[in-house]
Design a protein around this ligand. Structure first.
Ligand code: MLT
Ligand code: MN
Ligand code: ZN
Length: 304
């Protein structure tokens, strides 16, 4: 399976258009060892030709231009994207659907019924798209049953329910339901290897830990280094945990869990622009390096 990381930043990207934090301002002035990151999305292929898009970011246009296998090649209106899977209904993961409204047929979109509800109420992108070619919704169950997708040769998908948060505009904002946030196990039947992908993860529950232990590669929530990171920058009064993201550095945080895993390659994704790990010369980045944890970047390729 080929995995291509289209966007490795969190909502807002890096630099964020209105952000003057240390990282964003140093990136603009060229005084940080780092690279820009677009918003959260990956694409996966079992045959190298047809691609499953995980999350449709507002940056999808530039992301498609950055990766030729997704570009039109066979007819006048065309794409290498065979279907779209959504992990949640957040703006950074769904707004690209609007950008891709010119598709010549309905998009095959795979998401849970909770996400479908958000996308037809609080953020009614599916309703809007019905005025274009529409959406073929395929319900993703939260019972951890496996499913396959036409054209996604050799790949078997499992949605893994995660504790995180529903978006601010969701009817479930203050009472999350199963399916508001899911991660995915993607297994290649040929290589027998599997990826676990969870860009938004608030709590590492026992079943999540099992998926992590058994994965060959993990792409997991790298939003913040500390829970109060955005508050300390004076950006938001919200803790990362209130936004459904588990920090990296605290006791019981993402780093501690990743260190305990023996089998998988461990990679952080969905990195917020305030996170000190974006600075390749930072002590925090060195801690990750020493622990064998990688920080993803746009354009990163993984083959398992
Ligand atoms: C999140 O991951 O918590 C959201 O994408 C935040 C946002 O709306 O940018
Ligand atoms: Mn996000
Ligand atoms: Zn910033």
């Amino acid at each position: 399976m080929r995995i291509h990381l289209l966007g490795t930043g969190a909502g807002g990207g890096f630099p964020q258009w209105n952000c003057n934090c240390d990282n964003c301002s140093r990136l603009r002035s060229g005084t940080i060892k780092s690279t820009p990151r677009t918003q959260s999305s990956i694409t996966v292929s079992g045959n190298g030709e047809d691609w499953i898009l995980f999350n449709a970011s507002p940056d999808i246009r530039a992301q498609i231009e950055s990766f030729s296998p997704l570009q039109p090649a066979r007819k006048i209106r065309d794409t290498g994207i065979a279907a779209i899977i959504l992990c949640d209904a957040q703006i950074d993961h769904t707004t690209g659907l609007i950008i891709m409204r010119e598709h010549d047929k309905p998009w095959n979109v795979y998401c849970t019924s909770a996400v479908h509800e958000d996308m037809t109420t609080g953020y009614p992108i599916f309703n809007m798209l019905s005025h274009f070619r529409g959406v073929n919704w395929h319900e993703v169950k939260t019972d951890q049953s496996t499913f396959t997708i036409p054209k996604a040769e050799n790949l078997i998908f499992t949605a893994v329910p995660l504790k995180s948060e529903a978006p601010p505009y969701s009817p479930h904002r203050h009472a999350t339901v199963a399916g508001d946030n899911v991660g995915f196990k993607i297994e290649d039947m040929m290589t027998k290897k599997n990826l676990f992908y969870a860009p938004g993860l608030g709590v590492i529950e026992e079943h999540v830990l099992e998926y992590m232990k058994n994965a060959d590669c993990i792409l997991v929530d790298g939003t913040v280094w500390t829970n109060d990171e955005m508050a300390r920058h004076g950006i938001s009064d919200k803790l990362a945990s209130e936004m459904g993201h588990l920090d990296q550095s605290s006791k019981g945080g993402i780093m501690e869990t990743l260190i305990s895993l023996e089998k998988p390659r461990k990679i952080l994704i969905h990195i917020n622009n305030t996170n000190p790990i974006l600075d390749e010369d930072s002590p925090e980045r060195k801690m990750l390096n020493d622990a064998g944890i990688e920080v993803s970047f746009d354009g990163m390729e993984i083959e398992i």
